[in-house]
Design a binder for this molecule. Structure first.
Ligand SMILES: Nc1ncnc2c1ncn2[C@@H]1O[C@H](COP(=O)(O)OP(=O)(O)OP(=O)(O)O)[C@@H](O)[C@H]1O
Ligand SMILES: [Mg+2]
Length: 227
């Protein structure tokens, strides 16, 4: 489903070159939940951005369902991303001028689903995350946990094959984090969606099918017995 081959990405810092990713490789099967851990600054967000096609590697390839995203050009890349991927960010990244329902519906509209079908799918998805009665709520009237559940609904409503999540519970208190987490894991398992999730949360890492550790620019498998 997702194949990362020898991904390298470096950044120039004055006269020095900082090699953040150095031939990172990994393979993720369809429907797998994979946690990516690593110390701060190890390149986890950089890696996710490359997989999403939001950034380009210096070398290497990112294959998603047989498609090499590194070789796609705009606007095919944007279309591919909208159709096949969903994102959950640490700080939710909802559109503040749209209400909860409109935020979720946007992911459908960007894929050409409109009108009654869009409204029905949005309603069903909001109900699934426990926010059936909050569709008309302004984003800033929702709690952090509620906003993140809207973000989860938005990431899944257009039925992408791959969800990328960058510390999706990093900004929530323990109880809200646990709720969002349980929900996200249940939803991806129900739907056979592949989930790549960057996390510092040991509970989330333990609940994943596999844990990959990003260290010195490479991805290493963490054996289940150590977790
Ligand atoms: N656009 C950029 N320009 C220069 N350096 C960058 C850029 N993006 C990332 N870096 C550097 O790459 C390294 C990895 O950053 P990244 O954000 O991927 O780390 P991370 O593992 O996600 O860290 P955290 O756990 O703190 O979120 C950092 O040293 C960062 O300064
Ligand atoms: Mg990060």
């Amino acid at each position: 489903m997702v194949i990362l081959r020898e991904l390298s990405r470096s950044f120039r810092e004055g006269r020095r070159i900082h090699h953040v990713l150095a031939r990172a490789s990994a393979r993720v099967r369809r429907g797998e939940t994979v946690a990516i851990i690593g110390r701060s600054g190890s390149g986890k967000s950089t890696l996710l951005n490359l997989i999403a096609g939001l950034d380009r590697p210096d070398s290497g390839s990112v294959e998603i369902d047989g498609c090499d995203v590194v070789r796609l050009h705009e606007p095919q890349l944007t279309r591919f991303r909208r159709r096949h991927m969903g994102f959950v960010h640490q700080f939710f990244n909802l559109v503040p001028t749209l209400d909860a329902g409109e935020n979720v519906r946007l992911a459908l509209e960007l894929n050409g689903v409109r009108g009654r079908e869009a409204r029905e799918r949005t309603g069903a998805m909001l109900a699934r995350v426990g926010l059936a009665d909050r569709a008309g709520s302004a984003i800033d009237t929702l709690s952090g946990g509620e906003q993140q559940r809207v973000a989860v609904a938005r990431a899944l409503v257009h039925e992408p094959a791959l969800i990328l999540a960058d510390e999706p519970t990093g900004n929530l208190d323990g109880e809200s984090a646990a709720r969002v987490l349980t929900l996200l894991l249940a939803l991806v398992r129900d739907r056979g969606v592949t989930l790549l999730v960057v996390t510092h949360d040991e509970a989330l890492a333990a609940a994943a099918d596999r844990v990959l550790v990003l260290h010195e620019g490479r991805l290493h498998e963490r054996s289940p017995s150590l977790s």
